[in-house]
Design a protein around this ligand. Structure first.
Ligand code: PBG
Length: 324
C-alpha cells in the first residue's frame, strides 16, 4: 500500500504533532563542557580560533563554573596548559600541576559537578606528541606508566572520571590497574577509543599550543578510512575496563558512532571537536548560516547517530536554548 492512502505529511502538520512523533531529543543531561585551564593569575584569555571559549587561570574559574552549574550541565572535561613543557611531560603527573589544582578549585565551588579529566601528555611535552619520544618514534609501553601516574594524580585531586585520549595500546588497562591498586575501584574511565588522526583538532592545538613539533599523530591515532578497526579498538577498551566509549571527531564520523552504538551495550560519547565548532562560528559570523539553528541541528544529529553524551564547546549556548 502506498500513496494516496499513505501520506507521510499527515504527522508533520504542526509542531505539536511533530513533537509527538519525534524520535530523538537533545537534553542538557547529554552535554559535557570542555574547559581550558592555564597557569598564571587573573587570566581569561579568549581563544581566537574558537570564539566564545577561553583559557582560564584557576583564580578565574569560579564565575564560569557557577554558570555551567546554573545551566544544569552535568559535567566538565578539563585540559591543562602548563607553565613548563619538557620531553617527558613531567607537569602532567605533578600532584600540584595545573589540572590537579583546578580539580580541587572546581570541587570547592561545585562539589557535585562531575569533573572529567583528559589524560594525555601532549599538552605537557615539548615535542607535542602524546607519548615518550625516541628518535622519530613514539614509544607505546613506556608511555603507559606515565598515563597511569597522571590519571592517579587527577583522581587523588578529586576527579570523578578520567578520559585517556592518547591512543597508546593498553592504556585503559594500565590506568584501570593503577587506580584499582590504590583502591579507586569506583572511578569510571571514559575512553577516547575510536580517535581519528584528524585536521579537525587544529583550533584546539592552537589553544593548547600542542601541535606535534615533528611528524604527525598518524602512528597512534586512527586512519579516517577505517571503520572495522574502530570496532576492534572499542572491543579492546571495553575488555580493558572502559565504562564509556568515545568516538572523535563527531560530525564527519557519525557512521562510526552508529556502528559502535549498534555493536556494544555501553554508553557512547561523541566529541564535537574544535574544528567543527570553529567552522560554525566562522560561517555564522559572516552571516552565511544561522549559527544557533546549525548548532542545535548538529547536536541533535550526533545524538540521533547514537551518542548518549556529547562533549561540545557549544554546551553553554545549547543549554541556554534548551532551558528556555
Ligand atoms: C589530546 C587531545 C586533543 C583533543 C582532545 N584531546 C588533541 C589532539 O589529539 O591533537 C582535541 C579536541 C578538539 O579538537 O576539540 N590531548
Amino acid at each position: 500500500m502506498g500513496f494516496p492512502v499513505i501520506r507521510m505529511r499527515r504527522l508533520r502538520k504542526n509542531e505539536n504533532l511533530r513533537r509527538m512523533v519525534r524520535e530523538t531529543t537533545l537534553s542538557v543531561d547529554n552535554l559535557i563542557y570542555p574547559l581550558f585551564v592555564t597557569f598564571g593569575k587573573g587570566i581569561k584569555d579568549e581563544i581566537g580560533s574558537m570564539p566564545g571559549t577561553a583559557r582560564f587561570s584557576i583564580d578565574m574559574l569560579s564565575k564560569e563554573i557557577k554558570e555551567v552549574k546554573g545551566l544544569g550541565i552535568p559535567a566538565v572535561i578539563l585540559f591543562g596548559i602548563p607553565e613548563k613543557k619538557d620531553d617527558v611531560g613531567s607537569e602532567a603527573y605533578n600532584p600540584n600541576g595545573i589540572v590537579q589544582r583546578a580539580i580541587k578549585e572546581i570541587k570547592s565551588i561545585a562539589p557535585d559537578l562531575i569533573v572529567i579529566t583528559d589524560v594525555c601528555i601532549d599538552e605537557y611535552t615539548s615535542h607535542g606528541h602524546c607519548g615518550i619520544v625516541k628518535g622519530n618514534e613514539i614509544l607505546n609501553d613506556p608511555t603507559l606508566e606515565l598515563l597511569s601516574k597522571m590519571a592517579l594524580t587527577h583522581v587523588k585531586a578529586g576527579a570523578d572520571m578520567v578520559a585517556p585520549s592518547d591512543m597508546m595500546d593498553g592504556r585503559v588497562g594500565a590506568i584501570r590497574k593503577g587506580l584499582d591498586e590504590k583502591n579507586f575501584t569506583d572511578i569510571p574511565i571514559m575512553s577516547y577509543a575510536a580517535k581519528y588522526a584528524s585536521a579537525f583538532y587544529g583550533p584546539f592545538r592552537d589553544a593548547c599550543d600542542s601541535s606535534p613539533k615533528f611528524g604527525d599523530r598518524k602512528s597512534y591515532q586512527m586512519d579516517p578510512g577505517n571503520s572495522d578497526e574502530a570496532i576492534r579498538e572499542v572491543a579492546l577498551d571495553i575488555e580493558e575496563g572502559a565504562d564509556i566509549i568515545m568516538v572523535k571527531p563527531a560530525m564527519a564520523f557519525l557512521d562510526i558512532v552508529r556502528r559502535v552504538k549498534d555493536e556494544f551495550n555501553i554508553p557512547v560519547a561523541a566529541y564535537n571537536v574544535s574544528g567543527e565548532y570553529s567552522m560554525v562560528k566562522a560561517a555564522a559570523e559572516k552571516g552565511w548560516i544561522d549559527g544557533e539553528k546549525i548548532m542545535m541541528e548538529i547536536l541533535l544529529n550526533i545524538k540521533r547517530a547514537g551518542a548518549d553524551m556529547i562533549l561540545t564547546y557549544f554546551a553553554k549556548d545549547a543549554a541556554k536554548i534548551l532551558n528556555r
